[in-house]
Design a protein around this ligand. Structure first.
Ligand code: 5GP
Length: 213
């Protein structure tokens, strides 16, 4: 991680089956500037998912208690379940200079933009709709009804893509990881994220100007 720079809140959204999870895993394995926010959800764990790693799996009652205690930055209802971002971890990691990744759907992404206007919103696209459907069926973890529900939801979500800062296409995952990392690194180079540095150089330039006159 580069010293002294502030962390960026990076929102990664995309239709179910676009490989967001693999992308995020790749970013975390390859680079040390990222921290992943683990969301809370009321949906049941899929085979292989671990509590506290994939999600905090909780009851509807516990989820509603956490909302009431203002423990979530945002939450949304998606395909009949609640999903939300616990607040404490995100704020702690940002303070430490980490780029914090939220893998969340569009309603949550837009709420994040309201609360953190400097958040970077990325949308992961499949190369085509046909490839998306093939991947969802090929995953083998969902019933045909769930696949249908998620394809319908994808059509609906596609209406919001223009509200994101960047799209990244997941054709080859390695390239997708590199593209995403490059976008985040470029975001760190925005002048508004480097105000103190710019100001220091500017002041030094003016001082030197008067010294040599
Ligand atoms: P899945 O059930 O496939 O794990 O997730 C369903 C959707 O919920 C995905 O689009 C995922 O990005 C989104 N999601 C996961 N965690 C959160 C969260 O904390 N908040 C919101 N708004 N969406 C989330």
């Amino acid at each position: 991680m580069k010293e002294g720079r502030e962390g960026i809140l990076v929102v990664i959204s995309g239709f179910a089956g676009t490989g967001k999870g693999t992308l995020v895993k790749g970013l975390l394995e390859k680079y040390d500037n990222y921290a992943l926010s683990v969301s809370m959800t009321t949906r049941n764990p899929r085979p292989g998912e671990e509590d506290g790693v994939s999600y905090f799996f909780v009851s509807r009652e516990k989820f509603e208690e956490t909302i009431a205690a203002q423990g979530l930055i945002e939450y949304a209802s998606y395909c009949d379940n609640y999903y939300g971002t616990p607040k404490a971890y995100v704020e702690e990691q940002l303070k430490q200079g980490k780029d914090v990744i939220l893998e969340i759907e569009i309603q949550g992404a837009l709420k994040i933009r309201e609360i953190y206007p400097t958040a970077l919103l990325l949308f992961v696209m499949p190369p085509s709709a046909q490839i998306l459907r093939d991947r969802l069926i090929g995953r083998g973890t969902e019933t045909p009804e769930v696949v249908k529900k998620r394809m319908d939801r994808a059509a609906q979500e596609s209406e919001g893509i223009e509200q994101y800062d960047y799209i990244v296409v997941n054709d080859k995952i390695e390239q997708c990881i590199e593209d995403t990392h490059a976008i985040i690194e470029a975001a760190h180079c925005k002048p508004f994220r480097n105000e103190r540095f710019i100001q220091t150089v500017r002041e030094d330039l003016y001082r030197m100007k008067t010294e040599t006159n």
